[in-house]
Design a protein around this ligand. Sequence first.
Ligand SMILES: Cc1ncc(COP(=O)(O)O)c(C=O)c1O
Length: 472
Amino acid sequence: MNEILKNDLDTFGNLLQAALQEGLSYLNQLEDIPTSVKPAQAVMKKEVLQGQGGLLALKEFIDRYKALMVASAGPRYWGFVTGGTTPAALMGDMLASCFDQNTQTNKGHGDISALVEFETIQMLLDFFHLPQDFLGGFVTGATMSNFTCLGVARQWVGKQLGYDIAKEGVPTTFHVLAATPHSSSIKALSMLGLGSRQLQRIKTLAPDREAVDVVALEEAIQALNGQPFIVLTSGGTVNTVDFDDLKAIARLKKRYHFWWHIDAAFGGFATLSPDYAPLLAGWEEADSITIDGHKWLNVPYESAFFFVKEKHKLLQVETFQNSNAPYLGDPLENFNYLNFLPENSRRFKALPAWFTLNAYGKEGYREIIERNIRLARQLGAFIQSSDLFELLAPVRLNTVCFTLKQETDPQKIQAFLDILNERGKVFMTPTVFNQRKGIRAALVNWRTTEKDVELVQQEMMQAYEHYSTMSF
Ligand SMILES: Cc1ncc(COP(=O)(O)O)c(C=O)c1O
C-alpha cells in the first residue's frame, strides 16, 4: 500500500474528527456566514503528483476555499428553492458515505440498503397521505425524477400506439400538454428525445395565474381525437406556487385516457398542513409524481424521489432495464433499482431521508412547513404595505414573488437585487413573471424564524437606500 495511504488508514479516526470539526464550525456559524461571495481570481491546480495525505488536503481546502463557502444551508438563503439539512438528515448522510453501499436490490446480492429505500418510500407515501400503490425510488433531484416519470410516460404512450419506444425509438409526433411546467420537465423532454417543442402550451386561468385553465385543457384533449398523450401538471409552480386544479384533472382522467404526471417538487409538502392539503386533493390518481428531498425535506443535496403507480411496473422496467446482464436475473422477479431508474450504481440515497423522517415525523415537518408559510406571508405583508416594493403575485404558500414598486426596467431591478445579495445577509434569485422582471424568495429551510424575516426586511430597506443613490 502507498505509504501516505497507509498512514491515513492508521489515522482514519483523527482525519474524520478533523473534517467533522471543520463541518461543525461552518454549521455553528451559519447565522453569520455570508449568503453570497465574490471569489477572487483563484489559481486553479492542474495536477497532483505526490499526494499529501488527508490532513494536509483538508488544510489546503480550508485555506483556499473555506471562506468562500456560502451559507446555503442557513436560514436566509432564499434563492432557487434551497433547503438546509436537519441534524438527523446529516447524520444519515454521513453514515451513507461511511457505509458506502451500492444500493440496488432487495434480495439476492448480499446487501439490504435497497430494503431501507423501500421502507423509506413506504414511509414517504404515508407522510404525503398517498396510497401505497406507488413504486418509488431516489434519484439526484427533481429534474431526474421528472425525467424518470416522463420516461415511463413515454413508454406508455408508445404502448397505446402499439410501439415499444425503448426499443424502436420515438415516433415523430408526440403529445404533451401543460400550462406552466418547470424548466426541468422541458429539459427532460429534450433528454428523452421527445423534443421540447412537442410541448403544447395550454392557457392559464388568467394572465396573472400559472395554473392551467381546465376548460382549455379539455378542449385540447378533445382535439387529439383519442390519440395518446401526457398531461404534465404542477403541484406548485416555482415562481408563484400556483397549483393546477388537481381534483378537476383527476375527474378528466376518469373520462379520458392519458398519462398524468405531477411535479410537486416542493408543493407536495403542503399536504402536511390541514389548511393547505386541499391544494393536493386528487393527486393520488396521478400515474407519476415528482418530489424533491433537498428542498422542504431538508436533506442534503442530491436527493429527490419519484412515485410511479405500481401497475406501470412493466413499462418502467422496459424503459430503464439494464438489459444484457444475465447475472442480474429477470428484472420483474428479482427487483433491482437499476432496472427502474436511470442510474446503475447508486449510493445509499434513502438514508438521510430515513433518518430525518424517523427523527421528526409528520408533526415535526408540519411545524417547519407551517412556520415557513407563515413567515413567507409575513414578508408578503411587509411588501404589500411598503411604498418601495410590490408583490407580483399573492403569497400562496412559501414563495414571495415581488418587484420594485412601479419599476419596469429590468436592469434597475437587477441592480437592486445585486446590492441586496452582495450585502450577504440574504440571498434571493431573479425571475420574470407576467412579463415583469421580479425577485423570488423561497422559504424552505428548517432554521428560518421571525428574527430572520425582520432582519431581511431591514436589509431590503438598506439595500434600497443604496440603490436610490445609483445613477443609471
Ligand atoms: C417545481 C420544480 N420542479 C423541478 C425542479 C428541479 O429540481 P432539481 O433542481 O432538484 O432538479 C424545481 C427546482 O426548483 C422545482 O421548483
